[in-house]
Design a protein around this ligand. Sequence first.
Ligand SMILES: Cc1cc2nc3c(=O)[nH]c(=O)nc-3n(C[C@H](O)[C@H](O)[C@H](O)COP(=O)(O)OP(=O)(O)OC[C@H]3O[C@@H](n4cnc5c(N)ncnc54)[C@H](O)[C@@H]3O)c2cc1C
Length: 365
Amino acid sequence: MKVAIIGAGVSGLSCAIELERHGITPVIFEKTKMLGDKPGYLVATLRLFHRSLRSPMSFLKSKYDINLSPLHPIKEITMTTPNKTVSTKANHGYIFSKGIEENSVEHQLAAHLDSPVMFDTDIKIQDIKKDYAHIVVATGDNKIADDLNLWNTTFAAKCRIAAVTGSFDIHALKLWLNKSFANNGYAYLLVKSICEAEIILAVSDIAMNKLDYYWNEFLIAENIKYPVIKQHDIDHMVGYPSTNQFENIYFIGNCGGMMDDFLGFGMLRAIESGILAARAIVNKLDYNKLLTPFKKELKSLTEYRKLLNVLTNKDYDMDMSMIGLPVLKHMIYNNPLYKAKYGVLVPKVFTYFKKKNHMFTLPKR
Ligand SMILES: Cc1cc2nc3c(=O)[nH]c(=O)nc-3n(C[C@H](O)[C@H](O)[C@H](O)COP(=O)(O)OP(=O)(O)OC[C@H]3O[C@@H](n4cnc5c(N)ncnc54)[C@H](O)[C@@H]3O)c2cc1C
């Protein structure tokens, strides 16, 4: 069976691993010159975003026989709104690196793989559509789904990723919610080592040439003075395809709608969606059906995003007890039940704000 995978990123490599295990050697096309050869970034996996209570490492090992090592665990999350800061200490999750480095997720996944990657090959679907029984789209963006009129955007932002130097606690993650410098977006800091961290600012509803302005507002508001070693800006588009299987084309990872629109996280779902696409191909299963639990989980986070969109800075501060860490905590500490309980919580919070006469401007869905 001839299978092509477009993109040798997190989801594409995971799909290839599972295909190989079923005796299929896929052809993997990758537009960069080598694995992870583009500006990398740190990736956090947070327990509150994942169905599994176990660590992502033991989860991936026991469920999919995939070995992945993090840089370090996250033991404290600090959330800052314009005038309030709340911290929680717990086993919150792990930090991984993505990109060209030897210990990046891409390189760790590739270590499981024998299939060669055809680098420096920027593939369009029409170039290969007739040559393969199945095509897996793992490009990390919405381009192909958009060209096929399948894409729906739920959150769009301009994003700055800046590596900074300083003195850091490797176990800490900082998160900022403030409409003044992020609109409906957010900023967070992930720590790479005791002397290096990465700050990500995602600002919704702006043009790219306005990002400098919002970045400076953020630095001033939060009194951040770390020297920046390098930075790059990207278009950050979150959404989902109307179907994850269209004719012989499978959408996985980010292009399969696996990134949440609360904080733009989706690495574990990218891995799982790749593996499940391989299983759907091998066993002739309904791929959309296999993704049902992920879609439910993502829908909960979309509800949370909708809630954040209608709040003001005053709400962020005043109602932190309702929308801030306690809700997140609730999801963390009641994780096995979180889907059921969270499902009840969100409409309650919505009703509360409706009573306060907030305008509802929900994103297109
Ligand atoms: C700034 C940022 C921060 C993030 N932080 C987190 C986080 O903290 N936690 C988390 O869980 N998730 C995070 N995510 C999301 C997470 O990184 C993604 O969900 C995950 O990496 C998606 O994997 P993917 O396989 O879909 O895409 P990628 O891993 O990006 O892989 C796509 C690959 O396809 C290649 N490609 C693209 N087009 C073509 C083409 N036409 N032909 C051939 N090759 C092509 C690309 O070069 C790339 O190698 C973040 C995302 C961004 C953008």
